[in-house]
Ligand binder design. Structure first.
Ligand SMILES: NC(=O)c1ccc[n+]([C@@H]2O[C@H](COP(=O)([O-])OP(=O)(O)OC[C@H]3O[C@@H](n4cnc5c(N)ncnc54)[C@H](OP(=O)(O)O)[C@@H]3O)[C@@H](O)[C@H]2O)c1
Length: 283
């Protein structure tokens, strides 16, 4: 029996993972803002479900919850930093509070969770940490600038954190799904554009629901995403990143190819700014 710690287990990937893991006999420390939402699973699975109320933006409380989970459950094999939401609106039209909440939830909270679990994982000789990022951590759509900021931001944090903690047996994977019809889209904080200057632009139209992909046309299957996340959490040597969904694969593949072509086109000017007495290592 393996033990998992998961944030944001009330719905979507977090809930699906919790259900699947309990069904296969694992133990889950499930955290969520409203623990009664897991009453049905508690009734079915008893002690194998450990629950704690947690709003991930409350860092002090998150540290306490993490400490009690490790104290009460002993070893935790996999930590899944999953809680998050989408903010949709034009950068100019969002409020300061909306921006702060997006960054607090999708960037600061995962960073603080990683920091909180690190000493415990190190003390037990390692463990896996899955962070839900998104294909939106590599690409960006207008009207989602702050969501992309959050996912690109957390990608940067884990790029460095992974190397810092690998010597302790901590393996980090950024989970990068494409579009999956969970509660994500219903729960998104959407500000329809009202500034006349943006009227008719692609970005403003998107905030009014035009050109958005209907739930039934989204490629991802929430259960299959949860199954894939479990498969990765089980691996001894998990990948640093995992795209999920044919949309994620194709869009990120195309974007990275274009960025590589762009980097190659910049070579001459990039090299032109080196000191005259500097020899690049590859030359
Ligand atoms: N669905 C997609 O297409 C998609 C694609 C790429 C990445 N993702 C990422 O996958 C993750 C999970 O999303 P999902 O698709 O499963 O959506 P979801 O069904 O809306 O689930 C999001 C979960 O995060 C929780 N949450 C949000 N803010 C929180 C906070 N401050 N404290 C604690 N919990 C909080 C929600 O809890 P409440 O019920 O309390 O609100 C809910 O349990 C997110 O990080 C999202 O960015 C989703």
């Amino acid at each position: 029996m393996r033990t998992w710690f998961i944030t944001g287990t009330s719905s979507g990937f977090g809930r699906q993972m919790t259900e699947l893991l309990l069904e296969r006999g694992d133990r889950v420390a499930a955290t969520l803002r409203n623990p009664v939402r897991l009453d049905d699973l508690a009734a079915r699975h008893g002690d194998r479900l450990w629950r704690a109320e947690l709003d991930v933006t409350d860092t002090a409380h998150m540290r306490k919850v993490v400490d009690s989970a490790f104290a009460e459950l002993g070893r935790i094999d996999v930590v899944v930093s999953n809680a998050g939401y989408g903010l949709i609106g034009l950068a100019e039209e969002l409020t300061d509070e909306q921006i702060q909440r997006q960054i607090d939830t999708n960037v600061i909270a995962p960073i603080q969770l990683a920091r909180a679990v690190t000493p415990h994982l190190r003390a037990q000789g390692g463990g896996n940490l899955l962070q839900t990022s998104s294909m939106g951590g590599h690409i960006a759509f207008p009207a989602m600038s702050l969501y992309h900021t959050s996912k690109w931001g957390i990608e940067g944090f884990f790029e460095a954190y992974a190397v810092e903690t690998e010597p302790f047996g901590i393996h980090t994977t950024l989970i990068e799904p494409g579009m999956v019809a969970t509660d994500f889209y219903g729960a998104a904080d959407i500000t329809p554009s009202t500034l006349p200057a943006y009227a008719g632009t692609q970005a403003a139209d998107f905030t009014h629901g035009k050109n958005s992909v209907p739930l039934e046309a989204m490629p991802g299957d929430p259960r299959k995403v949860a199954e894939a996340m479990i498969r990765i959490g089980d691996l001894k040597e998990p990948p640093r990143r995992q795209l999920l969904g044919s949309d994620a694969y194709s869009l990120v593949h195309d974007a990275l190819t274009a960025r590589l072509e762009s980097a190659e086109a910049q070579r001459e000017i990039a090299f032109s700014t080196d000191r005259d007495d500097f020899t690049p290592p590859s030359e």
